[in-house]
Design a protein around this ligand. Structure first.
Ligand code: ADP
Length: 258
């Protein structure tokens, strides 16, 4: 059918015309990729600097803020974090399209990674009135620490976002011959027919999630890619209305990542 179609197309347009169309598409794709990458980089630099200024305001070194001032600062911080995350996700997505996310594997202490992930998410958890608890056993991995941290913070950020104020999110590490990590929340849960699809790009349980909760449906697709490049597995178990547990299994030290 493809051969027939090609022959029909060649008859209709001629070889040169078809080659020109293919060249045009390739060139447009290249320009599109270049544009996305340029815009993302150009946006990331000023946003990172903005985040630094907001952090400084939050420390109180420039004077104490009123309660209203603190509230405004929290909103500005949340939205700046959201934009930085979105830009980083778009950049990762570009890299994923062209194959693999670049990894720099080193020997990592899993407990240190867990501490860093919790420290990174503590402010968001406090703003959402969520308690973060950990249960960790000693383990080591050959992995890219920044990418594992990215996976953990993304899972924690989702767990916080989809929990009610007053809730608890657990981050657990177990060990057998592999390192098993769990992020468990007692939030709204995920319907059975979405348990697989949410790991695909731009997939969300509800179309309103993007507007109401912030996010783009890219995070879990990136997590999956990172975990797979570490020769691991990621999946979720959930009961609607009761909560979700995201599982990550990473082979221990000797395997590493690609
Ligand atoms: P984002 O959170 O940016 O929308 P993700 O890829 O991280 O993108 O998640 C995709 C979707 O999966 C979310 O929009 C949400 O609908 C659903 N989801 C992810 N984590 C949870 C969770 N812990 N509880 C309920 N739903 C979740």
């Amino acid at each position: 059918r493809v051969v027939l179609l090609s022959a029909e197309l060649i008859d209709l347009f001629g070889v040169q015309c078809i080659l020109n169309i293919i060249n045009d598409i390739t060139e447009r794709k290249r320009l599109e990729n270049e544009f996305i990458s340029l815009v993302s980089h150009e946006l990331r630099t000023p946003l990172t600097s903005l985040m630094g200024s907001l952090d400084l305001l939050g420390t109180g070194q420039l004077g104490t803020l009123s309660a209203k001032g603190q509230q405004v600062l929290n909103i500005a911080t949340t939205n700046t974090e959201r934009l930085i995350r979105l830009i980083n996700d778009i950049l990762d997505l570009e890299r994923m399209k062209s194959g693999k996310i670049p990894m720099q594997p080193v020997k990592c202490n899993v407990a240190d990674l867990i501490d860093q992930a919790v420290a990174a998410m503590q402010a968001m958890a406090e703003r959402a009135q969520i308690t973060l608890l950990t249960e960790v056993v000693a383990a080591e991995l050959i992995a890219d620490p920044d990418r594992i941290l990215q996976t953990l913070t993304n899972l924690l950020s989702n767990a916080i976002k989809f929990s009610e104020p007053g809730g608890t999110v657990w981050l657990r590490v177990r060990r057998s011959h592999e390192v098993q990590i769990e992020v468990q929340d007692c939030g709204r849960g995920i319907p059975a027919n979405k348990l697989q699809t949410i790991f695909e790009r731009f997939q969300q349980v509800d179309v309103s999630d993007s507007r109401k909760k912030g996010g783009t449906g890219l995070g879990l697709a990136i997590c999956r890619k990172i975990v797979e490049q570490h020769h691991g597995k990621i999946w979720v178990e959930s009961v609607l209305g009761q909560g979700s547990t995201f599982h990550v299994i990473l082979p221990s030290s000797e395997y590493g990542c690609e």
